[in-house]
Design a protein around this ligand. Structure first.
Ligand code: GLV
Ligand code: MN
Ligand code: MN
Length: 499
């Protein structure tokens, strides 16, 4: 049943002001690099650091002053709640994360949190009364930076991660590159705990004020009636489609703004903001999220003096690691090429070695140990496993040829998430009603929604981002496309809350 709403007005200025304020809560100095397009702010906000705690406190104060109630669970997942007239019904939820990897941008996650808050406020200001309770969830540690595994809060919430295993996860903060912030308390900024052991999630969350058993974090299936996460795309497809539509219109002699969708005219639809002219914004409706996996490999060789250890005697861990990295790339490219031969897109397999630690790390020492982190994802988890099998065969070969030992440790190997038909239909119908162009798409990035899908029907709404850039300080989405995504989110939440 269609809900009748008073006009829902997204306060774009307020939302942008808040996004910019949140970007100031960063462990990076103000960005002064003139070669980067404005507005740009490098953001590092690692979970349970002072900056993260500051951001949480500020968000809670915004939510409370808007009249919502707040609950924080033992891992720090924060529920901002607007109670419905029928609180016994399943809740309608939205949300995302505010933690940011080192030297990242200001829109990843934050658009879904502050956009979600703005959606709730705009609905409230329109006089809307929800039948089902509406909730905005701010997840703890979507990024894997500090505890080595992404989507920590949502994994626990969706029952995907064993609470005891989670509490024992080692704190990796001290291994993060120089410039990493200190921990929230003196005791947790130490590298080791009281018994000389390494700090764990349990130590760090407790020191940060998040106590209680992690078993309390899990939510039952049915708690959420529906879930929608708003997020920037983090890839180039929406923007490319906008550019293609734009040049087709130019070729036809029509004005590109001829298909306006009820948004205010842009003040500046070109120039520094590139192709993201708001009147041509395309939103993405996510039908599935690719399956991520991550592994740690430890290459153990034989170290020594860089001058005296003769080449025939070497079992250098670093060239062995280099071969492993190249093997990852080779097999991933091969997986894509093979998929293309069978008529598939040929871009669905991706793999990255994005972190490497060389021991002892001296210019005049032969490396004895290299630790590297592999992130591998695919829309088809079987193909991802196939790539891993090919990699393992190469690893066996590297070990025997080079006399090294390579230890593999699996951190996670997740299944893909599939959106709920009803949520996707709700979003597509609303886009059509509001004359908003959309495309259905795959999310190649993972999101907390990947794990919310274990307990609820879900979908995601994507906003285009400039040049498809993310996890970089120059990540950018136009204010108008953020406001448009927020508006569709608000309408969807209203629709779902009253069914
Ligand atoms: C999320 O940040 C991801 O790496 O996909
Ligand atoms: Mn991210
Ligand atoms: Mn994100």
């Amino acid at each position: 049943m269609q809900v009748t709403l008073n006009p829902v007005v997204i306060n774009q200025a307020r939302l942008l002001r808040e996004l910019h304020h949140l970007a100031t809560l960063t462990d990076c100095p103000p960005t002064t690099d003139a070669s980067l397009p404005a507005p740009t702010q490098a953001v590092t906000r690692i979970v349970f650091t002072p900056r993260d705690l500051e951001a949480r406190a500020w968000l809670i104060s915004l939510a409370e002053s808007a009249g919502f109630t707040v609950r924080v669970d033992p891992v720090g997942n924060t529920y901002i709640r607007w109670q419905g007239t029928d609180p016994d019904l399943g809740v309608v939820g939205t949300g995302s994360h505010t933690d940011a990897i080192p030297h990242a941008g200001m829109y990843d996650g934050t658009v879904g949190v502050l956009g979600g808050l703005e959606a709730l406020r705009a609905l409230k200001e329109s006089g809307f009364t929800p039948r089902r309770t509406l909730e905005l969830l701010v997840f703890t540690s979507e990024e894997p930076t500090r505890f080595g595994i992404g989507c920590l809060g949502s994994r626990l919430l969706g029952g995907v991660l064993d609470p005891a295993t989670a509490d024992a996860l080692p704190d990796l903060l001290s291994e993060i590159t120089p410039g990493a912030p200190s921990s929230p308390t003196a005791s947790s900024s130490a590298k080791v705990g009281p018994q000389g052991t390494r700090l764990t999630l349990h130590d760090v969350r407790t020191a940060a004020g998040f106590t209680g058993p992690l078993t309390d974090v899990t939510l039952p299936i049915g708690y959420y009636h529906a879930w929608v996460e708003l997020h920037i795309e983090q890839g180039p497809l929406l923007e490319r489609e906008m550019l293609a539509a734009d040049s087709a219109l130019k070729g036809s002699g029509l004005s590109p703004s001829g298909g306006s969708r009820g948004l205010p005219a842009p003040e500046n639809s070109s120039g520094k903001d590139g192709a993201l002219a708001p009147e041509r914004t395309i939103l993405g409706i996510v039908t599935n999220i690719a399956a991520p996996a991550s592994y740690r490999f430890i290459v153990e060789g034989f170290g020594g003096h860089a001058g005296a250890l003769l080449m025939p005697d070497r079992r250098d861990a670093l060239p062995a690691a280099a071969e492993l990295i190249l093997s990852v790339e080779r097999h991933t490219l091969a997986a894509n090429a093979e998929a293309k031969l069978t008529g598939q897109s040929g871009v669905d397999s991706v793999a990255t070695v994005g972190a490497i630690n060389v021991h002892p790390g001296n210019v005049n020492s032969v490396p004895s140990r290299v630790t590297l982190m592999l992130d591998i994802r695919d829309t088809d988890p079987e193909r991802r496993e196939h790539t891993m099998t090919a990699l393992r065969a190469d690893i066996a070969n590297i070990e025997s040829r080079r006399g090294v030992r390579i230890i593999e440790e699996r951190i996670n190997a997740d299944t893909p998430a599939i959106s709920g038909d009803h949520i996707v239909d709700t979003l597509t119908t609303l886009c059509e009603q509001e004359h908003v162009t959309y495309r259905k798409m795959v999310s190649r990035a993972y999101h907390d929604t990947s794990f919310m899908a274990r307990i609820a029907p879900v979908a995601m709404l994507f906003i285009p981002c400039r040049n498809g850039v993310s996890h970089r300080p120059d990540e950018y989405a136009t204010p108008e496309s953020i406001a448009l995504g927020t508006r569709i989110l608000a309408l969807a939440l209203a629709q779902l809350a009253n069914e």
